[in-house]
Design a protein around this ligand. Structure first.
Ligand SMILES: [Zn+2]
Length: 325
């Protein structure tokens, strides 16, 4: 009984030991299995990751690559864009010669139109006589001939009837001077009362010029100048109308002061001084009755200006205008 018990005890002990061993082995196997699985998962994960890493690296490389590729394309673009300008350059080159040709063609034309004729030498005075012709115009024309100077006449119809006016303008034109519109009536209140009133007055004078010379005037001078207070109410509309008609108005940058009481030496001095401020002067003078001092002073003005290196020319239709506004 005791043995049996002993035996039973030892048997139980053995059994328990076997159970423990089995449990231990099972645990070991499970741990090993778990380790193997973990390793497998890890390896799998690793085997996946390297792809990602490689991809990522590739991406990095690609990101460098594409950047490089992008840079290269951008270089290529630059080359292309250089090629663009290069392409547009040839276009510009092909355009340029045409341009240059045009400019080349335009230049001599300009030089031949009177404006540029004396400009290479630089110093030019454009003498202009406003408000005439009048009874003293023949005398003025003689003085201009004696001085061998051509001038520009901004004419009006104030001092003679239309028949006499046309005849006088024919003579001015025949002597090589330029005729341009100033005004038919020279009545500021009337011509600046409206744009249509100005146009009507302008056309009346221009038609007489065309009758005398065969050509309509393209240049003119506003009575009182472009910035006169008389035209302020209609000025912007008036300037637009003038522009629409392709007409060019000319103001002046030198004045002899003949209508401000200047006579003789003072008039000469003022005219010469004001012309000397620039190499390209448009000198305002008047050809009206009672201003014979202008005609008498003219030879000395011309002499002094010539001495100062100026030459004289008539105004051309395409010369750059001096405009107050
Ligand atoms: Zn005037």
């Amino acid at each position: 009984m005791h043995k049996k018990n002993k035996h039973t005890y030892s048997h139980r002990k053995k059994k328990a030991s076997l159970h423990r061993t089995a449990a231990f082995l099972t645990a070991v196997v499970m741990i090993l299995a778990a380790l193997v699985c973990g390793a497998a998962i890890y390896i799998h994960h690793l085997s996946g990751r390297p792809k990602t890493v490689i991809h990522a690296l590739n991406n990095e490389n690609e990101s460098k690559g594409p950047t490089q590729k992008l840079k290269q394309p951008s270089r290529a673009d630059r080359i292309h864009s250089q090629a663009g300008p290069d392409i547009s350059a040839p276009q510009a080159v092909t355009e340029k010669p045409e341009h240059e040709k045009t400019a080349g063609l335009q230049k001599p034309e300009k030089e031949n139109t009177g404006d540029g004729k004396d400009q290479p030498q630089g110093k030019t005075v454009y003498i202009t006589f406003d408000d005439g012709p009048c009874s003293t115009t023949p005398q003025l024309l003689d003085v201009l001939d004696e001085c061998d100077v051509k001038a520009t006449f901004f004419v009006t119809a104030q001092f003679m009837n239309d028949r006499e006016l046309v005849e006088q303008m024919k003579e001015i034109h025949r002597r090589g001077h330029k005729l341009a519109v100033h005004s038919y009536t020279h009545d500021y209140n009337q011509i600046y009362s409206s744009v249509s009133a100005f146009v009507e007055d302008y056309q009346k004078m221009d038609n007489l010029i065309a009758e005398a010379t065969g050509t309509h005037s393209k240049i003119f001078r506003f009575p009182g100048g472009s910035n006169t207070g008389y035209n302020s109410a209609i000025r912007s509309e008036l300037l637009q109308e003038v522009k629409n008609r392709g007409l060019i108005y000319h103001d002046w940058n030198a004045y002899d002061g003949d209508c401000d009481g200047y006579t003789g030496e003072k008039l000469i001095e003022r005219a010469v001084t004001e012309c000397s401020y620039t190499d390209r002067s448009v000198l305002l003078m008047h050809n009206i009755p009672g201003k014979e001092t202008v005609i008498e002073s003219l030879p000395e003005i011309i002499r002094q200006l010539r001495e100062a290196g100026y030459s004289f020319d008539i105004m051309s239709d395409d010369m750059k205008p001096i405009q107050f506004v």
